[in-house]
Design a protein around this ligand. Structure first.
Ligand SMILES: NC(=O)c1ccc[n+]([C@@H]2O[C@H](COP(=O)([O-])OP(=O)(O)OC[C@H]3O[C@@H](n4cnc5c(N)ncnc54)[C@H](O)[C@@H]3O)[C@@H](O)[C@H]2O)c1
Length: 457
């Protein structure tokens, strides 16, 4: 999910801002963006790095590939020189869009041709369906390129592991596209408030959901139908499978992987440990002709330093009720947060908890808004609810750029300046284990125990 359509302030953005914006998410950080028109390049890789210019290619220019292109165009020094996609429709869409911003790109159908012909690349962004990630990532890393690969790393844990190992062997960076890891609001909420300030006290519960209204299979403009022989050459059984790959086991992991992985990733970040077990229920309850579970509910257990914690996650694809957001619940309060601001960005304080006024003064929280009035009523249930929460404190950090831009900046900074990645392959792999195990738990209809060594690639 992206808020790439948000209106952006088109301000000048210096290299210092570029570095600062992704390296941290400090209080009051300046968050601005700009759309870059055709950057000038110096020759030679080393010189380019010194100048902060990077040549990159995008493999997979479908919906997400185009969102990432849009963010790249806002980052000074990033020059897209080539794109690759097996579908002419996606090639044309992306190349025309890039042309509008002064980039004439080389276009490839097969990523192997791109790798053999493009000799001046520094990095590649991969946004193809999940099942292609490992093969393409491994080839790009082995060709000496840094890789930003979209989540889910892979629909197979064996394949996901090869990605981490290839990146180590090739000594090239591998960033996985869990963009919340670089979102300053999430960094503030989890690193600053939950961990550093212990705002919520002991956090024992988390809840997250991503509910979507029912939807038909995705179609395609008929004049861009791919010939059957070409579909088969690239491993797709039909145009329906090619367009709706998420729902089929060969190519993807279903809604729990597609949507859940963004949010389940946050659980281990908040609890500081990977889950020790998962139990889940799900099924193909509603749709016909789809292979993955359309509705899933999963419960994880975590053995945290402070004791046992549990997280409940649900993804529903037949109701939009409540949309998508995450809640972290502690003895002293809760944080409700979402990638889309309107769906959550505040903390609730339990009535008995210590005051948060000093944190407002220090800038960790904004002033309390919407205090809940103490209503005198005979209705015991209302009383209980009223006394449970003392008010609502908005979080002071907002993201004023498209949601994926800070994560891309973090990747480019790591290449240019050697700063740490926010979601290296190892972290992406841990999330892949937690998420893909849900499908296994549903199938086996039992609780799966998860050992710490299972999360190591
Ligand atoms: N981080 C996020 O917020 C986010 C959001 C959406 C999707 N994604 C991820 O991005 C990836 C792409 O998703 P999408 O929604 O753009 O799907 P999509 O179907 O819209 O686009 C996939 C593109 O890849 C192309 N493609 C398929 N096989 C290929 C191959 N072998 N070589 C080159 N191109 C190939 C298709 O032609 C298509 O243009 C997935 O891994 C998905 O999970 C991430």
């Amino acid at each position: 999910m992206s808020d790439a359509t948000n209106s952006q302030k088109k301000k000048k953005f210096s290299r210092r801002d570029f570095l600062k914006s992704s390296a941290s998410a400090g209080l009051g950080m300046a968050l601005t963006g700009t759309v870059l028109k055709g950057a000038s390049l110096t020759k030679g890789k080393e010189e380019k790095k010194k100048a902060g210019n990077l040549n990159i290619a995008i493999i997979g220019t479908g919906v997400q590939g185009r969102i990432l292109i849009e963010s790249c165009l806002r980052i000074p020094g990033i020059r897209i020189t080539a794109i690759c996609d097996i579908w002419e429709y996606s090639q044309r869409y992306a190349s025309r869009y890039l042309k509008k911003y002064g980039f004439t790109v080389n276009i490839y159908e097969d990523y192997r041709d791109l790798l053999s012909k493009e000799k001046n690349l520094d990095a590649v962004i991969i946004a193809t369906p999940d099942w292609m990630h490992a093969e393409q990532t491994n080839s790009c890393l082995e060709a000496g390129l840094h890789v930003y690969c979209e989540k889910e790393m892979s629909n197979s844990l064996d394949k996901a592991r090869t990605m981490v190992n290839t990146s180590r062997r090739a000594s090239k960076l591998l960033q996985i596209g869990h963009q919340r890891r670089s979102n300053p609001r999430y960094i503030h909420a989890i690193n600053r408030l939950v961990h550093e300030k212990n705002l919520l006290g002991r956090v024992s519960q988390a809840y997250a959901q991503w509910n979507r209204a029912k939807s038909d299979m995705i179609g395609w403009p008929k004049k861009y139908t791919i010939e059957q022989s070409k579909l088969e050459k690239y491993g797709y059984a039909s145009m329906t499978h090619f367009r709706n790959w998420r729902w089929f086991k060969k190519y993807g992991g279903g809604p729990i992987v597609d949507l859940g992985s963004h949010q389940i990733d946050l659980f281990s970040w908040v609890f500081g440990v990977n889950p020790s077990s998962v139990i889940a229920s799900g099924g193909i309850d509603y749709y016909k002709n789809r292979e993955w579970y359309d509705n899933v509910m999963a419960v994880y257990e975590f053995k945290t330093k402070k004791g046992i914690a549990r997280a409940l996650y649900q993804v529903q694809s037949t109701t939009k009720h409540g949309g998508f957001y995450e809640t972290f619940m502690g003895e002293n309060g809760s944080i409700v947060i979402s990638e889309v601001l309107q769906r959550g960005n505040w903390a609730w304080r339990e009535a008995h908890a210590p005051e948060w006024d000093s944190l407002v003064k220090e800038g960790y929280l904004q002033s309390e808004t919407q205090p809940i009035p103490k209503v005198k009523t005979k209705n015991i249930f209302v009383d209980v609810r009223v006394t449970a929460e003392a008010g609502r404190w908005p979080l002071p950090v907002e993201l004023a750029k498209p949601a994926h831009q800070p994560h891309l900046e973090n990747f480019f900074n790591a290449i240019i300046f050697g700063t740490p990645l926010n979601c290296p392959g190892e972290v992406g792999y841990e999330c892949a284990v937690a998420v893909l195990k849900v499908n296994e738990a549903i199938k086996s209809r039992r609780l799966l125990k998860l050992r710490p060594e299972q999360f190591k690639a």
